[in-house]
Design a protein around this ligand. Structure first.
Ligand SMILES: Cc1cc2nc3c(=O)[nH]c(=O)nc-3n(C[C@H](O)[C@H](O)[C@H](O)COP(=O)(O)O)c2cc1C
Length: 218
């Protein structure tokens, strides 16, 4: 009688353990899916920040090309670039790049460049380690400085202009903080040079746009 009741309890506890484990596994799978979906949504929103909506009608997240590790892009590993397309024709590329010489270390950037070689937008990808109140004006939430790259290309300004004003170039630095903006100006300029050299490989076809024929430099 006692033995029967023990084995009955064991079966109940066993079933309970199986049900609990099943519930945990189910919750984990469900949560992982939700986290993945939230990540994709955040990435898509970030991509849309650097390329205007009128330039594409494709799903940016599903339109990628592999970009090998590149000194010009500041990347030690391969990354994907996102290709914006309108009616199937490539109109812009969005690069994930790294400006290695920030004050607090590397600064990750998203840089959009259209088929004519004009910058369509630049944003800092968090986290960065620039100093609050000094170097963090690179964030759009803190200042509009990052928008000073919009519509710039290799011809405008010319090579000498692609520096902060303190170094004889065209871009503002921040009061008491030149290192951070210098790093980003250099990073964006190098990305334009990379695009100039790699556009055909990236787009896989000639586009209808007239791409700036400004020569690239190493
Ligand atoms: C505690 C501390 C934090 C600083 N943070 C930054 C920073 O985030 N970005 C930056 O450009 N400069 C920062 N600076 C200032 C730089 O050391 C440097 O003086 C400034 O960028 C001017 O550089 P330049 O001499 O090349 O023009 C910081 C200085 C101190 C003392």
């Amino acid at each position: 009688m006692i033995l029967g009741s023990i084995s009955k309890n064991s079966v109940i506890m066993g079933l309970f353990a199986i049900a609990t484990t099943g519930l945990i596994v189910f919750t984990q799978i469900n949560t992982a899916d939700q986290i993945e979906a939230a990540k994709r949504k955040a990435l898509e929103a970030a991509l849309k920040e650097v390329v205007p909506a009128n330039l594409f009608d494709n799903n940016l997240l599903d339109s990628t090309v592999d970009v090998a590790a590149s000194k010009q892009l500041g990347n030690k590993d391969s990354r994907v670039a996102y290709i914006a397309k309108k009616d199937g024709i490539p109109t812009a590329a969005i690069f994930q790049t790294t400006a290695p010489e920030g004050y607090g270390g590397s600064i990750n950037l998203l840089i959009g460049i259209n088929a004519d070689g004009d910058v369509t937008g630049v944003r800092v990808v968090p986290p960065h380690f620039e100093t609050p109140g000094l170097g963090d004006k690179i964030e759009l939430a803190k200042s509009d400085w990052i928008k000073s790259f919009d519509n710039k290309n290799l011809a405008s300004p010319n090579t000498a202009g692609w520096k902060v004003k303190k170094d004889g170039g065209e871009f503002d630095a921040f009061t008491g903080a030149t290192i951070t903006p210098r790093a980003i100006v250099d990073g964006v300029h190098k990305s334009l040079l990379y695009f100039n050299e790699q556009q055909l490989a990236l787009f896989g076809t000639q586009t209808s746009s007239t791409f700036s024929s400004q020569g690239s430099q190493p």
